[in-house]
Design a protein around this ligand. Structure first.
Ligand code: 4NP
Length: 145
């Protein structure tokens, strides 16, 4: 089972989501993240995401940002996006209904993980808490059968 986390820059929310989910699953699950925008390709996660992950015992410092590619629809079974803008951007690249059906809002319909990029350390902690809960929920909903 392969799962992709997607946000805008792939430096704040989706690397955190990737690290948190990986920490909860065994190695038969393959987890990755990507951004819909290409400004940060090849760079490490935002230091505030690295710090909040560290605080909770998760190391995401080795991750590197990449852009979402159409091939990801073939590569991954499930694609979790952080907000409605990501949903729109990724949906625009879907070539068929199979692709479209793989795209899920990580908090559920109409609920956004707020972009903490222009925010404070507290905003990053709030994103961590949202993603910690969301990953528990998605394991229940999508990965247990
Ligand atoms: P992310 O946050 O989508 O959670 O990685 C952002 C990071 C960078 C930018 C926007 C959002 N940016 O505009 O550079």
């Amino acid at each position: 089972m392969k799962i992709l986390m997607v946000c805008l820059g792939n430096i704040c929310r989706s690397p955190l989501a990737e690290g948190i989910l990986r920490s909860k699953l065994d190695s038969k699950y393959s987890i990755d993240s990507a951004g819909t925008g290409g400004w940060h390709i090849g760079v490490a996660p935002d230091k505030r995401s690295v710090a909040v992950a560290n605080k909770h015992g998760i190391d995401i410092s080795n991750l590197r940002a990449r852009i979402f590619q159409i091939n990801d629809f073939e590569e991954f079974d499930l694609i979790f996006v952080m907000d409605e803008s990501n949903f729109k951007d990724v949906s625009a690249l879907a070539l068929n209904e199979i692709h479209q059906n793989k795209i899920k809002m990580i908090l559920g319909t109409s609920q956004n993980v707020p972009d903490p990029y222009w925010g404070t350390e507290e905003d990053f902690e709030a994103v961590y808490q949202l993603l910690d809960q969301a990953t528990d929920d998605l394991i229940q909903q999508f990965l247990q059968s």
